[in-house]
Ligand binder design. Structure first.
Ligand code: UD1
Length: 316
């Protein structure tokens, strides 16, 4: 956003992040960021921020996303993701900021659709409270538009975001044991874990391991800029997949990471993880056509940038 000359204000409660990443974004972009520490569930906090200046649009990333945690602590997920979103939408309505880009997820397709997944497929029943919270928020947004067509709503359904900024200064830094594949691989490569576990090799895929549509976070970022440019004042409800359209298996990802890091990643194959599907990848043609956007960074670049971030991070 900064590199595209937008003025940016960041709100974050820092539960799963650190203010130093904001400072590093300033370093990369050479621009100042106005930052407010606070919680999206806190209406008065949001009201204070919105009363201080006028916003053209909101990019709403403020959600928890760990599936295992969501199953153990559903209230926390519904409170943060759903209640927090409602507070945000209320404040946006009050201050007449009615353009929003919402971070949704491929999880809203549920388990019953076959890949490639297309936006006009019926949403399924997500397998966990995290996924259900994303679907509820998409539905709330669609209802808001019905109630008031001044709203301009874009739900971007992310597939599997990975990678890091080229500088190696900003990237994913999950607290505790990572749930997702790439952070687990990269932490194993630097020796934080002795080995990793591959969840099942009996799927109906060429090597038996699960296939996903990994998308470089920088491609994901450019997808947001395109969506903002295209829809900011257009009105309507827009739902767009952000994926590459290409699936990679768990073993392919491990081997690509071994190649770029020149490390051996020890792994054991264990049972399937409950709730996992064998194959999940996007049909990204709507984003290609409507946003004139393609994800053009491949698996090797995703692994290289993750590796640069992971190996450099120890020194920061
Ligand atoms: C998961 C969530 C999804 C969420 C996304 C981003 C589920 C069912 N889905 O997607 O809702 O939007 O994270 O946070 O949890 N794998 C291993 N070993 C590991 C970790 C993963 O073999 O240690 C495998 C998985 O079985 C899967 C693939 O790697 O085949 C990707 O897993 P992961 O990174 O957790 O993403 P998803 O499960 O696709």
């Amino acid at each position: 956003l900064l590199q595209s000359n937008y003025k940016v204000v960041v709100l974050d409660n820092l539960v799963n992040s650190s203010e130093s990443s904001i400072r590093r974004v300033e370093e990369i972009s050479g621009r100042r960021i106005e930052f407010f520490k606070g919680d999206i569930r806190d209406y008065n906090f949001l009201d204070g921020v919105f009363s201080s200046q006028k916003f053209d649009a909101v990019l709403h990333f403020a959600g928890l996303k760990a599936v295992g945690e969501a199953i153990n602590e559903p209230i926390k997920y519904y409170e943060n993701n759903v209640l927090g979103s409602i507070q945000l939408f209320k404040v946006m309505q009050k201050y007449n900021t009615k353009s929003i880009i919402f971070s949704s997820s491929a999880t809203v397709y549920g388990n019953s659709n076959n890949s490639p997944l297309k936006e006009d497929m019926p949403t399924g029943i997500p397998t966990n409270p995290y996924g259900r919270s994303k679907l509820v928020i998409e539905n709330i947004l669609a209802d808001l538009y019905v109630s008031d067509p001044q709203w301009c709503i874009t739900s971007l359904r992310y597939f599997n975001p990975v990678g890091a900024h080229k500088s190696g200064l900003i990237g994913e830094d999950p607290r505790g044991l990572p749930n997702n594949l790439l952070p687990f691989i990269s932490q194993t490569a630097v020796g934080i874990h002795e080995k990793m576990f591959v969840f099942g090799n009996d799927y109906d895929t060429p090597d038996g391991t699960g296939i996903r549509d990994y998308i470089h976070v920088m491609d994901l970022a450019s997808g947001h800029i395109r969506a903002l440019e295209k829809y900011i004042s257009k009105g309507g409800v827009h739902t767009i997949n952000l994926g590459t359209g290409i699936g990679h298996s768990v073993l392919e990802v491990i081997h690509a990471f071994e190649t770029v890091s020149a490390k051996t990643i020890p792994y054991d194959i264990i049972d399937r993880r409950p709730g996992d599907v064998g194959v999940c990848y996007a049909d990204p043609s709507k984003a290609n056509l409507e946003l004139d956007w393609v994800a053009n960074r491949g698996l090797i670049e995703m692994c290289k940038d993750t590796w640069r971030w992971q190996s450099q991070k120890l020194l920061l």
